[in-house]
Design a protein around this ligand. Structure first.
Ligand SMILES: CC(C)(COP(=O)(O)OP(=O)(O)OC[C@H]1O[C@@H](n2cnc3c(N)ncnc32)[C@H](O)[C@@H]1OP(=O)(O)O)[C@@H](O)C(=O)NCCC(=O)NCCS
Length: 199
């Protein structure tokens, strides 16, 4: 084998080893940063966390790449007491984004598809005075706790907006924007989400 080929083979193996090691350390670091994390948890690189010390997660949690969890206890001079509670056996596919300044509660056995957004706040009120402030500087406003009860299935591309309670065993259809409470054992879909089936 030509020396150059051998060198390239070794070089790429080495780079691969360093990348894998970095990813492993990054995920291990993310796991340690939670307030509580139950056994048998699987997190995929990359994970984006802000203030994960306010996040408790139960056992058998699984999240694919680009999990983004952000809690804020301070923003532009205001203080908050955020709390995210995630139950047992929760599965999140790629690109799940959860933002919290007060309370987001996710029950047991909740299954999430990809590209999901869940938040309990708004980045500024929508009024004449607030719109004068540049968007990044607008004060965060608490809009109500988000509660997702046990055994809920959340489809692809869903947004669950502040103040919403999703009842147990409900199904949220792909690309729904959930602005109001969802009854237990119902199926909702659309923008804004409406009940299309109720058991
Ligand atoms: C919500 C869902 C579960 C409903 O399935 P279903 O009970 O078989 O519903 P149907 O296909 O019989 O549709 C019932 C009605 O709701 C409408 N509908 C179904 N899903 C919809 C959606 N996501 N958005 C808007 N309308 C929807 C249908 O057009 C139909 O309307 P019509 O009665 O006027 O014709 C399914 O459509 C869905 O969105 N699944 C999520 C898929 C997904 O994200 N998978 C990710 C893999 S984890």
């Amino acid at each position: 084998m030509p020396v150059r080929k051998m060198y390239n083979g070794f070089f790429y193996k080495f780079i691969n080893y360093v990348v894998k090691k970095y990813q492993w350390l990054s995920v291990a670091n993310a796991q340690r940063s939670f307030k509580q994390l139950g056994p048998n948890c699987y997190l995929e690189y990359p994970v984006h966390l802000i203030n994960s010390k306010y996040v408790s997660i139960g056992s058998n949690f699984s999240a694919k790449y680009n999990l983004r969890i952000e809690t804020f206890d301070q923003f532009e001079g205001d203080s908050y007491t955020p709390e995210i509670c995630i139950g047992d056996n929760v599965i999140m596919n790629t690109d799940v984004h959860i933002g919290c300044i007060q309370k987001v509660h996710i029950g047991n056995n909740v299954l999430m598809a990809s590209r999901i957004y869940i938040s309990d706040h708004s980045h500024g009120d929508v009024d004449r005075h607030t719109l004068e402030i540049i968007p990044a500087k607008r004060p965060l406003t608490i809009k109500g706790d988000v509660v997702i009860e046990d055994n809920v299935w959340i489809g692809e591309g869903v947004a669950i907006l502040p103040g919403v309670r999703v009842g147990r065993n409900a199904v949220i259809g792909a690309n729904a924007v959930v602005t109001k409470d969802v009854p237990a054992f119902s199926v909702v879909a659309g923008v804004p989400a409406k009940v299309i089936r109720q058991f």
